[in-house]
Design a binder for this molecule. Sequence first.
Ligand SMILES: *Cc1c(COP(=O)(O)O)cnc(C)c1O
Length: 400
Amino acid sequence: MQGIYGGKMKYSVAKPVFHGNERKYLLDAFDSTWISSIGKYIDKFENEFAKYCDTKYALTCSNGTTALHLAMLAIGINSGDEVIVPTFTYIATANAVSYCGAKPIFVDCRHDTWNIDENLIEKAITKRTKAIIVVHIYGHPCEMEIIWRIAKKHNLIIIEDAAEAHGAIYYSENKSRYNAKRRILSSNINKNKVPIKVGSLGNIAIFSLFGNKIITSGEGGIITTNDDKIAEKIKLLKDQGMSKERRYWFPIIGYNYRMTNLQAAIALAQLENIDWHLNRRRTNAEIYNNYLKHSEFINCPIEVNNVKHVYWMYSIILTDNCRLERDNIINKLKKYGIETRPFFYPMNQLPPYYKNNNSNNYPIADKISSRGINLPSGNNLEKSDIEEICKILLQIVKIK
Ligand SMILES: *Cc1c(COP(=O)(O)O)cnc(C)c1O
């Protein structure tokens, strides 16, 4: 199989763009010999990312999955606990819960945003439930207003899996929101709605910096929070659990989940240009929409309620009018050099998890997962590329 950088494909599904200081900072870090997990780029990237998300802390780690694991450990998830997880997500979300010996309890998704269906969450809560992980899937923020209310009522911690959603915004109607403070951005133009960036919508949030994400460091992760205790715990856990006061004294079992200065150098340069990256994604999504929205065979992604979607992936769902199998369409596109991805399998179908929730069913996730395609979504794409991809796709889906 081709890698995500799609060697032979004309259009790969996700290709990073390094048009800023990436190369300069990376070589500077290399030449400085600070190539492990201490260095100025780590500090700078953490400071800038915290500023960007309007959180007190941003803490780097080795990838998005270890970020999720650290988040679970920092809030004290343990064996016997249950954590609510959307069934339609990447497996790392559920695995982080399992790493702690706890049980992910899966909830079906909405048919429009494909995010966790907030109206099904309460039904899944038991005495053992400790937390809810919301995943802003493909870059569309979850419906937080209702989730805040549920979390408050049942005393649950909210973790955002924002691996795919750097820079996405949720507009809150409620100014005295759950666990408020520090969340109001300075550019508050709309009097009635408060824009809140993903990363400060819950108690703790994680981002991935993998090569195909909105911004990247190759491999990498970052955790944001306003909570002093959580931040201290994460610093300890990601650095082998070593005491900050007493060298080689380990009060707990920790992990080596650190990011390197080399990765942080790339990440900092990417963050400097994040507005460009986000604008380009939205512009490209609009170009796709204009070509595809009239097709009776395709449902385009939409922004529901008060959010700014960042279109990590430009994703479509084949309608019931489309007679071709999804995988058949994927193979046909491949012949034209167009690399795509099928949607994730929902967790309820995967071997480690299908036995988890035998009393629940997941009709929406099962359906979208079998009919969804991620089209080429990288910021390397020009308008003419998207035009060509759409022309070919529209021809293929018409076939009876
Ligand atoms: C990519 C991703 C992760 C994992 O991030 P890695 O950096 O690849 O470990 C977790 N959750 C979601 C929703 C993701 O898309």
